[in-house]
Design a protein. Structure first.
Length: 517
């Protein structure tokens, strides 16, 4: 399956959109998709981030025209981020992708609205996934991904949608690099031994130096401080000077992966953009600043959940809507001396983000490529972990925990039986679930199935069930009836069987599978 990602980066918009696009691309390629980027050369920011990327990049030309020809229209608030008129970007994007014929186009760009979305997708005849968190313009998407927390995403986008999309919403879908799935988490310490500062790749308003000054001057912190930034930071010269003048301060540039940085400091201070979810995943206590209006929503929401402490930007930095957040100088001293508060923040943050968000999004995009293979003995550990997960046991015929030796014996019996068939479902090389058919009598089989419990709500269950029916057609070579038993109250399974054409319910379902020989 071919996926194109349309995204930009610049000093004005930062590099966060491009970085989360790279995280999604990595997850897609792991699942055997073909991915390319379409990026406009607005300034040097995108080229810096993409310098060592393994993915093909189709560059759009740098802007040469005035955007004034778009004036007078109902334009997105951030339309100037595109650098060219809407129609010019439509033409350029379609021109680059017409020969590729992507199955999916992923768009992460606040300058493009429903008119752009519809024109490009009509021209390319592809499906569209829009990444957004602002809800500040019209959107025409098959799938809408907003990985920020919100009590009601549908209400947030009310009046903005040209058509009803599939919703991938909340931190469960945070687009983090694959390394975050298994990266070491922050080990809590009662004393703040060191502080980490990362205000985004372009450091809006030179905020890093202002935060460093607040740590030293306002909070009186004398321990080590590590400041992280990039080579495209327009305030880099001043930041170098500020770090050099602050004893015990180090400056790190262009780190390809910040997970270790987030884990090694007992307090993080950072911008409320995409890195907020990386910090949540790793778990360091964090003070977050809103350097843009859309970041204010993230900071306020996470502060309200107890996952971070929000603070307003020091004087001299960007001053977006701070939504009543206290000054950094007022937050810092209290948090430094309150280990219980920091520990509670750390635990709450890690409960929100597990690092598999990009993989979930990629699985949704590629779910139609799901296939089955026969189960093997080397699947024992994986199947055992799924079966004993509380979410699976809650909807199983028996909620008991199964010991591993007992599970291994069961698996051996199933694999040796001639009247039982066990398959593992995969997308690419990733196992996502298992499905079993047990023969009851000639022409009747019973089905049972479950997914990796962390991969629900992606449409994988229906595809696994239908793939299982096709596989049994090949096995039996005769018309047969599939039966299924559902535990009382298991609404998800009831909907699954009904959606796949099964009759009956709510506890017993049947479906006749005709085989034409």
């Amino acid at each position: 399956m071919r996926v194109a990602i349309r995204v930009d980066a610049s000093a004005a918009m930062g590099v966060g959109h491009l970085r989360r696009g790279l995280s999604l691309a990595q997850a897609l390629v792991e699942l055997q998709a073909e991915v390319c980027f379409v990026v406009r050369a607005l300034d040097e920011a995108a080229a810096q981030v993409l310098r060592d990327t393994p993915y093909p990049v189709r560059w759009l030309p740098a802007p040469v025209a005035d955007l004034s020809r778009d004036s007078g229209e109902d334009l997105p608030p951030l339309y100037r981020w595109a650098g060219v008129s809407r129609q010019q970007d439509v033409n350029d994007t379609v021109g680059q992708l017409q020969s590729l014929r992507p199955d999916w186009l992923v768009v992460d760009h606040y300058a493009f609205d429903a008119r752009w979305h519809q024109q490009v997708c009509d021209a390319l005849a592809c499906r569209l996934l829009v990444i957004d968190d602002t809800a500040d313009r019209s959107i025409a998407a098959d799938v809408l991904l907003d990985h920020n927390w919100d009590a009601d995403h549908q209400r947030k986008y009310l009046g903005r949608l040209a058509r009803e999309p599939v919703w991938l919403s909340g931190p469960r879908y945070a687009l983090l690099a694959a390394s975050y799935r298994h990266a070491p988490r922050y080990p809590f310490h009662a004393t703040v031994r060191s502080i980490g500062i990362f205000m985004g790749g372009t450091d809006p308003g030179g905020t890093s130096a202002l935060v460093l000054a607040a740590c030293r001057r306002d909070a009186g912190f004398e321990g080590p401080i590590e400041v992280v930034s990039t080579s495209v930071n327009p305030f880099l010269k001043a930041l170098r000077e500020a770090c050099a003048a602050s004893p015990g301060t180090t400056l790190t540039l262009d780190a390809p992966d910040l997970s270790a940085f987030f884990a090694r400091h007992d307090l993080q201070i950072g911008a409320g953009g995409g890195a907020s979810w990386e910090r949540c995943c790793i778990g360091p206590p964090t003070i977050a600043l809103a350097l843009a209006d859309n970041q204010s929503l993230v900071v306020s929401a996470l502060d309200g959940l107890g996952a971070i402490r929000g603070a307003s930007t020091p004087v001299g930095g960007p001053q977006p809507d701070a939504r009543g957040l206290p000054a950094l100088a007022d937050v810092l001293p209290g948090l430094l001396s309150d280990p219980k508060a920091r520990q509670a923040m750390s635990a709450r943050a890690m409960s929100l983000v597990d690092g598999r968000g990009a993989q979930r999004v990629a699985l949704y995009v590629l779910r139609d490529t799901l296939r089955l293979r026969p189960a093997r003995m080397d699947d024992a550990v994986l199947l055992h972990s799924w079966r004993n997960h509380p979410a699976v046991r809650a909807v199983s015929g028996s909620a008991d925990v199964i010991a591993y030796p007992e599970h291994v014996c069961w698996l051996q019996r199933v694999l040796q039986a001639t009247d039982r068939w066990l398959f593992v479902a995969q997308v690419g090389n990733l196992a996502v679930g298992c499905i079993r058919f047990d023969q009851l009598e000639a022409g009747r089989v019973e089905v049972s199935l479950y997914l990796d419990p962390e991969l629900n709500a992606l449409g994988l269950g229906a595809r696994m069930l239908l793939a299982g029916e096709r596989q049994m057609k090949l096995q039996l070579q005769a018309t047969f009836v599939v039966e299924a038993a559902v535990v009382a109250g298991n609404i998800v399974s009831q909907h699954l069987f009904e959606r796949c054409g099964y009759a009956g319910g709510p506890l017993q379902y049947r479906k006749r599978i005709a085989v034409n020989i």
